[in-house]
Design a protein around this ligand. Structure first.
Ligand code: FAD
Ligand code: UDP
Length: 370
């Protein structure tokens, strides 16, 4: 079989590895000149600091199969993301948790709210802000208004150009109010950063005699036919936007080398209310790299404009899901064509879910049939 995988991101690389392991020959192409898609990282020559070019990437999963599989291609630097946010000039823990309560309110008030949160929802429970807003208790109403106003409203306006209640509720639910003193952003069982970077991990996934790689090549410029095409690019682009464009949100990163050892106290600081940017990432924290300089990336959300910037986030709502379904149905009519990954499936996938979805496809195509 002649197989092509369009896109050398984590989805494409995992699939290529599985196919190659089965004795299939695979060509992997990417129009970028780099591997690893949006998880691409590189070592800056001047400082030796590893930079996450397309935004901060922390691998986290509860799926042991996914973790064990990737662990064959990388060692891990065990890492827990504990970001800060600046509310009214104070540096606080985020997601908003029981520690944050004591950072922004008086002790007696924080204690009262803590007790109410625990008795209403239970300790260790994650409550999406839009759910918390439905609570009628006066203290909890005060809390939800505070968190909504200070943490979600303006950040979401910057990130999406929309209010929290105007976007898919699953998006704000990614960062719930967490009734716990645990400051970690994620509670997954397995968390880490590839010790030698994501790019190296992807390179290792693709290191197989059955895999050929061509970078700097766009699928639309290839004049060769394949028996199977696995496409991790945007599904609307593949079909020449015949039903219209699927909307995306984009980002601009202002990455700077600074002549100081550290810029901020932790890897990511969110700025929900002030400035036009949403967050600042200080890259040396990912792998605990030492240098007398530091590198930061200031992250500005912006509209996605075809040909001008990159697709980062699918904007999912009922209308765009319907549009995506039209493309999906079109794709299902074509034999040997499979759309994969965040762009191909138009889903807000984290890396672990992207890998899980490739396992599912592989098993559907090859394992169950045998
Ligand atoms: P991609 O990485 O987008 O790869 C698709 C590839 O296809 C690209 O390299 C592209 O150039 C190529 N391509 C597209 N069209 C064509 C074409 N026509 N011809 C040739 N090549 C083509 N996930 C986490 O788990 N943890 C995190 O902390 C995290 N942080 C994130 C932060 C940001 C700012 C963003 C945007 C995402 C984050 N993610 C995170 C999600 C993560 O980036 C994705 O899950 C992952 O990149 C999906 O991989 P993919 O291979 O599906 O897609
Ligand atoms: N969010 C917010 N304030 C924050 C952090 C997140 O309002 O300080 C909301 C915002 O709508 C954002 C969503 O929660 O798009 C998901 O945040 P997450 O950190 O998961 O976004 P990602 O890392 O994928 O950009």
């Amino acid at each position: 079989m002649k197989n092509i995988i369009v896109g050398a991101g984590i989805s494409g690389a995992v699939l290529a590895n599985l196919l190659a392991g089965k004795g299939e020959n695979v060509l992997v192409i990417d129009r970028r000149t780099t591997l690893a898609g949006n998880s691409y990282d590189y070592k800056d020559k001047e400082t030796n600091i590893t930079v996450h070019k397309y935004g901060p990437h922390i691998f986290h999963t509860n799926n042991k199969e996914v973790w064990d599989y990737l662990s064959k291609f990388t060692k891990w630097h065990f890492f827990f993301l504990k970001p800060n946010a600046i509310f009214e000039g104070n540096v606080c823990n985020i997601p908003f948790n029981l520690n944050t309560l004591y950072q922004v309110f008086s002790n007696s008030m924080a204690q009262r709210i803590e007790e109410k949160l625990i008795s209403n929802y239970g300790y260790g429970v994650k409550v999406p802000i839009l759910t918390l807003k439905e609570n009628d208790d006066n203290d909890l109403k005060f809390l939800s208004d505070y968190v909504y106003e200070h943490m979600f409203k303006n950040y979401t306006m910057k990130q999406w150009g929309l209010k929290p209640e105007e976007i898919d509720p699953a998006v704000t639910a990614r960062v719930p109010v967490y009734i716990s003193h645990d400051n970690r952003y994620f509670q997954d069982k397995y968390q880490g950063i590839p010790l030698n970077g994501y790019t190296k991990m992807v390179e290792n996934l693709l290191k197989h005699p059955n895999i050929k790689i061509k970078l700097g090549v766009d699928y639309k410029d290839l004049k060769v036919n394949f028996d199977r095409v696995f496409y991790s690019g945007a599904i609307d682009e593949y079909f020449d936007y015949k039903y219209g464009e699927l909307p995306y949100r984009s980002l601009r990163f202002d990455t700077q080398i600074l002549n100081k050892e550290y810029y901020q106290k932790t890897v990511v600081t969110n700025y929900p209310n002030n400035y036009d940017f949403t967050r600042i990432t200080e890259h040396k924290y990912f792998l605990d790299e030492k240098s007398d300089k530091t590198i930061i990336s200031v992250e500005y959300p912006e509209e996605f404009k075809l040909g001008e910037n990159e697709r980062y986030y699918p904007i999912t709502d009922a209308k765009t899901k319907e549009l995506y379904e039209k493309y999906k149905q079109e794709a299902e009519k074509l034999e040997g064509l499979y759309f994969i990954g965040r762009l191909g499936e138009y889903k807000y996938y984290n890396m672990d879910l992207a890998v899980e979805k490739i396992f599912e496809l592989y098993s559907k195509l090859f394992v169950k049939n045998n």
